[in-house]
Design a protein. Structure first.
Length: 438
């Protein structure tokens, strides 16, 4: 059994990484290309920002799988994961701040190049930190219950980080501006990464046995695993649906609620996050009584239905619009916790299955490959939002921002049907035991 203190310290990393990632996803497009009636400077045309973030995200997605492969093969007296986290964390924070400090009055071309280069650097050093960190979970937790329990702690703390990234960053942007927000979030992220790795230093050092497989062979073996080929697209589609909603939030609130309503984005986000926190233990308990596979399937169906409601929230007759929006926010938040809770433990089962076939533990390669495909797919979210905004993103014309919810719902429905082919049990027999579990 992993001590509670160790689980909490390990999960602390998620506070910082989620705060940094969610604030970037929430504000980056809005910062460079705000709505026409937001009374903010437009640094680049919205279509240009959408294309840059999409291209940059696709290129940067390869970072995770490359870093994962190197981490699995690393020989170090500090283990396979620690050096990457220690060295990458400060650079990740520095480049995040630079995202929101472009050179002033340099023209569209210079600003575009700056955004692309700095965005790539943020993505690279995010991979250097997150990929090895995530790979520690299958090594530290050997059983399904341990993995779900450890991931649940990460989810609770990750939701706290999400609250900081979505709610606190919103308050900071409105009160002190984008640059001060970025500095605050970056400092928090750095502290959280170092607290987390210090808390599990002795356990992380146990991951010393490198995988002996070349890069091409590693990728071939990874994508030949049938269970991984079934699981991966469902995780990716869930992530894409969530990313669409996250990117749409500032535009949705601006168009549907307005700047001066008491029902601000802060209130709606707080309701959604509170709902997610309440439902995480319910999904964890449901997984224990049935299986991770069943619980994850139910969460996808629930999310498909809830996300679709964003298209009609506030339009139903006879019910106050504010009530409709609050209820919709709670329903949307309820299944989101499952999106954070199950993918890594399910991927850990796939890793166990692979170890039974190859006699090697390749945690970071699998998680990096998963992240590579996920980040490639979610990179199109800003561009999709830009295109949908052409149909309306202002108070008088809301169609574009309303269509995001139903689109996300359809994506999740497709993920649910794909996931029905997943058949790995919660406990994989004949696996190679992780070094850190001994």
């Amino acid at each position: 059994m992993i001590p509670l203190r160790t689980r909490i310290l390990y999960g602390t990393s998620r506070v910082g990484s989620e705060a940094l990632g969610k604030s970037s996803g929430l504000w980056l497009l809005y910062y460079y290309a705000p709505p026409s009636d937001a009374h903010l400077p437009t640094l680049l045309p919205s279509l240009a920002v959408g294309v840059l973030l999409t291209v940059g995200g696709i290129v940067a997605a390869l970072d995770d799988v490359i870093v994962g492969w190197f981490s699995d093969r690393t020989r170090s007296r500090f283990g396979r994961r620690i050096p990457y986290i220690v060295l990458g964390a400060p650079l990740w924070s520095i480049f995040f701040v630079l995202l929101f400090t472009p050179p002033p009055d340099r023209g569209n071309a210079t600003t575009a190049v700056y955004l692309l280069v700095v965005f790539e650097a943020v993505s690279l050093f995010g991979s250097v930190v997150v990929s090895p960190y995530e790979a520690l979970l299958p090594e530290m937790a050997a059983t399904s219950d341990q993995r779900v329990g450890l991931e649940a702690i990460k989810v609770y703390l990750g939701v706290a980080g999400t609250a900081i990234g979505l709610i606190v960053s919103t308050v900071l942007v409105h009160e002190v501006g984008f640059r001060a927000m970025a500095i605050t979030i970056a400092a928090l992220a750095l502290v959280c990464q170092y607290v987390a790795i210090a808390g599990v230093w002795d356990r992380a050092k146990l991951s010393r046995v490198p995988a002996e497989i070349g890069f091409r062979d590693a990728l071939r073996a990874t994508f030949r695993n049938r269970a991984f080929r079934v699981l991966l697209p469902t995780v990716v589609l869930f992530a894409l649906a969530f990313q669409l909603l996250q990117t749409d939030i500032p535009f949705y609130v601006h168009a549907i609620v307005g700047k001066h309503s008491w029902l601000s984005s802060t209130v709606l986000l707080a309701v959604a996050i509170g709902s997610a926190l309440v439902c995480v233990p319910l999904f964890a308990r449901f997984a224990q009584r049935t299986s991770k596979r069943r619980a994850y399937s139910v969460s996808m169906l629930a999310a498909a239905a809830a996300f679709t409601l964003l298209g009609i929230a506030g339009l139903l007759p006879g019910i106050p619009a504010t009530v409709q929006l609050l209820v919709t926010a709670a329903l949307v938040g309820a299944p989101i916790g499952a999106h954070f809770l199950f993918p890594v433990p399910l991927t850990a089962d796939v890793i166990d299955d692979d170890s039974a076939r190859t006699a090697q533990r390749r945690e970071a390669t699998y998680l990096g490959a998963s992240s590579f495909v996920e980040r490639t797919a979610t990179a199109v979210a800003p561009l999709l939002i830009v295109l949908l905004r052409l149909l309306g993103d202002t108070r008088g014309h809301t169609l574009g921002v309303r269509l995001v919810g139903p689109l996300a719902g359809l994506i999740l429905l497709a993920a649910y049907f794909l996931f029905r082919a997943y058949d790995l049990p919660d406990e994989v027999s004949e696996r190679v035991q992780p070094e850190a579990a001994t």
